[in-house]
Design a protein around this ligand. Structure first.
Ligand code: DGL
Length: 284
């Protein structure tokens, strides 16, 4: 195995993390990628915090053991705002979390009115409240939690048509009262895939900038991978006696799911369109 090629794990409940994956590999072309989605418990936005903490930690630990991972990207805002501290306390490799881009949104907003479009879980987490207090204390922040858009994004990624009117019904909440926000944070990794529909749903009546965390995560991963310390971590890990069943393989990107897929071929086609070469069931 070429130890200079780093192995990254991307984790989400569904296909949303592919929006982050795309940004990361654009800026880190040499990566070997492992994408795991917890289909069995999709959607995460409606799940209990304690459950998510235990579930995500167990899946990430097992993935590190199975695949010999150097760096983890939690490509899910709902999981990141819930389990990041737990993961970092229990895992000895870098963990990059994807959390709502509140800071750039606050500085981009001229009106100082921003919207956060995320899952019901993400908008209610103390982690998110702290982000708002820290970086957007001078802004009015409107919170909109939706699971419906997560389902719509999944449908679109599986080749189905999404009606702008369905998106409009959800995001209308931002524009119902008072002055409209001039920046909306897409605080769920599924939503960049609906960017066009969200823009059409907003229409020309309001001038709104949509912001997500993808590019910043790509840069963050690059900084970490360029860091010499990662090589040291890798060597320590090699002596850990961990099982690494994918060591000898030559593929560049692998996808894994939990649970039972409704339509394996359809899912495979989605992952293939992002360059993944295999889609297998994840074994705990
Ligand atoms: N993609 C996820 C996020 O960024 C969660 C979607 C869900 O499972 O509810 O929050």
């Amino acid at each position: 195995m070429d130890s200079s090629i780093k192995r990254a794990l991307f984790f989400d409940s569904g296909v949303g993390g592919l929006s982050i994956y795309k940004n990361v590999i654009e800026q880190n072309t040499d990566l070997k990628s492992f994408y795991l989605f917890d289909h069995e418990f999709f959607p995460y936005g409606s799940k209990d915090e304690e459950f998510l903490k235990q579930r995500v930690l167990a899946l990430i630990q097992k993935s590190i053991e199975n695949f010999g991972i150097d760096l983890v990207v939690i490509a899910c805002n709902t999981a990141s705002t819930t389990v990041l501290p737990t993961l970092r306390a229990n895992i000895n490799i870098p963990v990059v979390g994807v959390v709502p881009a509140i800071k750039p949104a606050a500085s981009a907003s001229k009106k100082k009115i921003i919207g956060l479009l995320a899952t019901p879980g993400t908008i209610s987490r103390p982690y998110t409240k702290e982000l708002i207090l820290k970086f957007a204390h001078d802004c009015e922040v409107r919170l909109l939690g939706t699971t419906e858009l997560v389902y719509l994004a999944e449908s679109k990624m599986h080749g189905m048509q999404v009606e702008v009117s369905d998106v409009k019904k959800v995001i209308q909440g931002f524009f119902d009262r008072g002055e409209a926000p001039d920046v909306i944070v897409m605080g769920c990794t599924h939503f960049p895939f609906l960017k066009k529909e969200i823009e059409l749903a907003i229409g020309t009546e309001h001038e709104v900038k949509l912001i997500d965390s993808g590019e910043a995560i790509g840069k963050r991963v690059k900084t970490l991978l360029d860091d010499e310390q990662l090589y040291l971590i890798n060597e320590t890990k090699a002596t850990d006696g961990m099982m690494n069943i994918y060591k000898e393989d030559n593929l560049k990107s692998y996808a894994f799911y939990t649970g039972v897929l409704q339509d394996y071929q359809r899912e495979l086609a989605t992952f293939k369109s992002f360059g993944f070469e295999s889609l297998e069931k994840f074994v705990m």
